[in-house]
Design a protein around this ligand. Structure first.
Ligand SMILES: [Ca+2]
Ligand SMILES: [Ca+2]
Length: 174
C-alpha cells in the first residue's frame, strides 16, 4: 500500500512538473512590440556577423512573462506580411531581440536576418501573426546612425543613442 502511494505521488509530482513547464512560456504575441528601428545603419552602431552594417529592427517583450514568438511575422509592408517568420524562440519577460534586415534570410537564432531591407527614404515595419497585424510603424526619411524609438507617449522619435538589444535611451539629435 505504501509503495502504491509512493508511485502515485511520483506520478502526481511528475505530471505537475510537466504542467508547470508547459505553463511557463506564453504564446500571447500581443505583448510583443516593435521597440526600435535603424534604417540608415552606418557601421557606427552595429555590424552583423558578415561585417555588414545591415539595417535592423528591435522587438521587445513588454510583458512580465516569457513568450515563445515562433510563427510571429515581420515585414516591410502590409501586402506580404510573412516575409520573415520567426523560428521557435523565447523572449524573456522584458527582453529584446534584434533582427537584421540584410536581404539574406537566416532563422539561426544566434543572429536573425530578414529577406528584406529597409529603405532609409521611408518605409513600414509590420509585426503580425496569422494575418493579423499586431504592430505597425511607418517612418519617413532617416538620418545615418540615428535610430527611432517610441517615447513615453508612444510617439516615434529620433535618438542619437541607439540601443540594439537593450532598453531604449532617448537622447537629442544635434
Ligand atoms: Ca524594403
Ligand atoms: Ca533598444
Amino acid at each position: 500500500m505504501k509503495r502504491l502511494f509512493c508511485i502515485l505521488m511520483a506520478a502526481v509530482l511528475l505530471l505537475s512538473g510537466v504542467y508547470a513547464l508547459g505553463e511557463e512560456v506564453s504564446r500571447d504575441l500581443t505583448v510583443i512590440k516593435i521597440s526600435e528601428i535603424m534604417a540608415a545603419n552606418g557601421k557606427k552602431t552595429l555590424v552583423d556577423k558578415n561585417g555588414e552594417s545591415s539595417d535592423w529592427v528591435e522587438i521587445c517583450n513588454t510583458a512580465d512573462f516569457d513568450v515563445n514568438i515562433g510563427g510571429l511575422c515581420l515585414s516591410d509592408g502590409k501586402k506580404q506580411l510573412e516575409k520573415f517568420v520567426f523560428p521557435d524562440m523565447i523572449i524573456p519577460a522584458g527582453g529584446y531581440i534584434v533582427i537584421f534586415c540584410s536581404g539574406v534570410e537566416s532563422t539561426d537564432v544566434s543572429e536573425l536576418h530578414a529577406s528584406f531591407k529597409l529603405s532609409s527614404a521611408g518605409e513600414k515595419v509590420v509585426l503580425s501573426f496569422q494575418g493579423v497585424i499586431l504592430d505597425l510603424v511607418e517612418f519617413d526619411q532617416q538620418v545615418k546612425n540615428i535610430s527611432i524609438v517610441p517615447d513615453e507617449d508612444g510617439e516615434w522619435v529620433q535618438t542619437s543613442t541607439p540601443t540594439p538589444g537593450s532598453e531604449n535611451i532617448i537622447t537629442a539629435v544635434e
